[in-house]
Ligand binder design. Sequence first.
Ligand code: 7RM
Length: 653
Amino acid sequence: MSVERGTGPEIENLLAERRTFPPDPAFAARANATAELYEEAEADYEAFWARQARERLSWFTEPTQTLEWDLPFAKWFTGGQLNVTYNCVDRHVEAGNGDRVAYHWIGEPGETRTLTYADLQRETAKAANALLELGVRTGDRVAIYMPMIPELPIAMLACARIGAPHTVVFGGFSAEALSGRINDCGAKVLITADGGWRRGKKVGLKHHADEAMASAPSIEHSIVVNRLGDDVNMVHGRDRWWHDIVDGQSDDCPPVPVDSEHMLYLLYTSGTTAKPKGILHTSAGYLLGTAFTHWAVFDLKPDDIYWCAADIGWVTGHSYIVYGPLANGATGLLYEGAPDAPTWDRWWEIVEQHKVTILYCAPTAIRAFMKQGEEIPKAHDLSSLRVLGSVGEPINPEAWRWYRDVIGGGTTPVVDTWWQTETGQIMISPLPGVTTTKPGSATFPLPGIDADVVDGDGNSVPKGSGGYLVLKRPWPGMLRGIYGDPERYRETYWSRFEGMYFAGDGAKRDEDGYLWLLGRVDDVMNVAGHRISTTEVESALVDHQSVAEAAVVGKTDPISGQAIFAFVILKAGQEASDHLGVQLREHVAYVIGPIARPKFLMFVPDLPKTRSGKIMRRLLRDIAEGRQLGDVTTLADATVVDTIRENSGKAED
Ligand code: 7RM
């Protein structure tokens, strides 16, 4: 579309902000998803999902009911039986597509492995037989703590093959985080590796796994992939090498039919209290939700080369590297490394070499690439790209346009996809052949989804206003609860607004009805697309012998979205020093993982609190951002913030 030229850069920018991007007619003409989907879903959303379930999933027994909705507890496709791995792997082989590539894997040091759907079938069957040999049965939990190697999706699919729910713990997490999760779900087996590669360096995992297993009594065995060829401690009778126990197994292991609502996996996310929540996803609805959205949002065609650059340890990887794409029989890329290793053009080299057509990544990566300059991607042929996706945090209009122009050659649609670990599937996003996009807006709820922006009383806000983002009807991929804690589930998601799911995000609906996500309204921080709870970081700081009390907030960061800013009160007799500051930040990295290391740390004599003793993080955020203070009337001691402010120049980076 054409835009009037302004007289200076400011005006041009202002105009650019208002540019809209209708779908290219040629793209729209052959797009998977059309506008009729919205109409069909609005007419009867249960019938819409029932049709999708019939057409997209292969059932051992067809469901007898689409939805049982006992708010806030949903059951989808009851009476039905299927197997997730059968749907993701075996049926494609049976249909004659065994030679189709499921994953082109690229290790960070540059080695590659190609896995066809037939390979995946063999490997998942063998790994499933190994789990059976170790005594894992349908319903038993298996923890997975691995780098981005092919054995990671294989391990997940092996679990699903026998109906053993998995819980994947991101490889960057500490031993303590791992044991906490294992203990919460009582996992019987841990699948791990000696380590992985990160930025040209070996990163050990097995020693963390050992430390975790030492305080995780439910673990009976571990299976260890030899990724690095390193000498690691193997406990006799407990630990088995993958190549010893998996490779020699039979490649015949019939997929176990499970009920639609059988638990597929748990994925732990940080909440506002220290204890992570085990977000529970079940089989049929989750698989349908991810398969449908992957097909519709990315416009997946048989000849696409699809690359989601997330880590499988986060929900984006579960839904859009493993389950959704495999259910659709996609050919995807699996990359172990970081965007800047060995150089900043690694991704663009990969796109060029593999002729990637669909790229899905986080705004934090896009902003990091922007910082390096457009010469780097421009030195590569990226013309194969035809859809670009964004996920994890709000993408600012500038990054959106850079993504479309520099990476997408000015013609490629950008889909800004809003969703959560809890929602399981993409909820708000453009459909690339249908939706006219606006840079920075996730646009509209997908077909079948009812999202709204409400005020504090739960009333829809008028166009042009902001409020709380809520979801007003159940959807197939939704979480079924928090593992072992139905009350916490109700309280966390369904108590703020009567009859509605509250996502915890703020949002604005503009004059045209477009949705704009405004970030978290609670205290959870979002660092480089990862949700980190303030309480977890505070607990880690207080865990240090010198610290009396701590409060952390997210401070806006041009690269990572938010950076962690920590306010620390030392115990009496302890001396504040730069050295101690470094020590404390390292301590957090040790206890939680490097992603949680505070970027800024400030020693303070006191913290702003309410009269009931709650820390007012809102004021700390104001201080961290260098803003005018908001409402201070509920402060117990108003002098505290002044003292902190006088010190605020001294925060170290
Ligand atoms: C997929 C994922 C969920 C939180 C969510 C938001 C933020 C995610 C977007 C976004 C603005 C987006 N799951 N978020 N996507 N904010 N625009 N397109 O990230 O559970 O790890 O995080 O992430 O705050 O509530 S998550």
